[in-house]
Write a protein that binds this ligand. Structure first.
Ligand code: EPU
Length: 341
């Protein structure tokens, strides 16, 4: 029998800071305790949420069933030679802490992903990305508990089926795998990725022409802090909507009416539109609706000013979706997951 905690307050475990109560909660740090907990979940048919850093979740007030938090820790270098370094990290490690640790160790590739909230185990689920880099670029493989077979399995990059803010864990097989350890393929030689215009411009503006890894890491932190709210200060779940990808003809249709539209060519004959721009143009930036609202420095981020609830936030999200659809004919998809559905 696992020692579940009852009626646990998860206010500090979701970055929106909603007051949420879990019927049962358990933190696990060994496969054995995970197996026992899952056995009970299955025997009792409890709904189950695997909780990471809680930074990409919109939780309702009460979570019936069970919540399991994976607490595997540790950063280990498995291979380190001239051409490659493979590092294995526990799913329960804090993502930003891990990126900082790699910087200290002189292992490179993830600097552009500094300051993304959440845990390592959640990062592959939505293939986190920022400033021209996404997790998939440095991903090697992972170890997960497969609830279907009851075994620990190793999944390669191909098997994870990464896409824009997407993976097998999100789309094709949600709920099947519990990510336990993640391995990254890094390099001891630093090669800056400055493909994101804003990053390059920022570095030039502070007089850095040939940035080292610390410069890039620091610049990313500073840009994020200037544009995105810190969850411990203002509750939020990062980008609340995905940037919509539309066929070229639709892009041209919108561009004709709105010449300042921000968009980037995407996969063949498609464009990725900046959802933040669409929401901003629809007049939502800085809007408040009771305790929730739209962040005043980045319209793509919805915030909880304190005391807000899931219902309030989803009502606001729906109003924004309707207004963007009405104005531009584009439908916005939510990025964070709502639980329970
Ligand atoms: N824009 C506006 N008004 C706004 C917000 C944005 O006009 O209120 C315009 C900007 O001027 C810019 C464009 O929209 O030209 C894109 O904005 P930004 O560069 O801030 O990036 P984003 O597309 O809004 C994405 C990711 C972020 C990531 C940044 C940086 C998604 C959904 N979001 O945001 O990821 O940090 O790029 O790479 O892909 C997250 O997923 O939680 C997240 C923060």
């Amino acid at each position: 029998m696992s020692s579940w905690n009852s009626d646990v307050d998860l206010s500090g475990k979701n970055s929106l800071g909603f007051k949420v109560t879990a019927e049962r909660y358990l933190q696990v740090d060994s496969i054995e305790s995970l197996r026992i907990a899952l056995y009970e979940v299955e025997q009792n048919n409890w709904p189950l949420l695997i909780l990471g850093g809680g930074s990409n979740l919109v939780l309702k007030d009460y979570l019936p069933g069970a919540v399991i938090s994976v607490a595997t820790q540790g950063v280990h270098v498995l291979v380190d030679n001239e051409s490659e370094a493979i590092v294995e990290v526990g799913a329960g490690e804090n993502w930003h802490g891990f990126v900082g640790q790699l910087l200290q160790m002189g292992l490179h590739g993830l600097e552009n992903l500094a300051l993304i909230p959440g845990n390592v185990g959640a990062a592959p689920v939505q293939n986190i990305g920022a400033y021209g880099v996404e997790l998939a670029d440095c991903f090697h493989s992972l170890t997960a508990y497969d609830r279907k077979s009851g075994e620990l399995v190793q999944l390669s990059k191909e098997q994870c089926q990464f896409g824009y803010r997407d993976s097998i864990f999100k789309s094709k097989e949600p709920g099947r795998y519990i990510i336990w350890q993640v391995r990254f393929s890094l390099s001891s030689v630093f090669q800056p990725n400055l493909s994101y215009k804003g990053l390059q411009e920022y570095l030039s503006s502070i007089g850095v022409r040939e940035p080292n890894a610390h410069d890039v890491y620091k610049a990313v932190c500073e840009i994020r802090q200037s544009k995105l709210p810190t969850p411990s200060e203002i509750g939020n779940a990062g980008s609340f909507f995905e940037n919509p990808v539309v066929p070229e003809a639709e892009y041209h249709r919108i561009k004709q009416d709105y010449p300042s539209l921000v968009a980037y060519p995407d996969r063949e004959s498609h464009y990725k539109l900046a959802a933040g721009w669409l929401i901003d143009q629809a007049g939502w930036k800085g809007h408040c609706s009771g305790s929730v609202g739209v962040y005043d420095k980045q319209a793509l981020v919805l915030v909880n000013h304190g005391g807000g609830s899931c219902t309030e936030l989803l009502d606001l999200a729906k109003e924004i979706q309707d207004s963007v659809l009405d104005k531009f004919g584009v439908s916005l998809q939510m990025e964070p997951r709502v639980y329970p559905v």
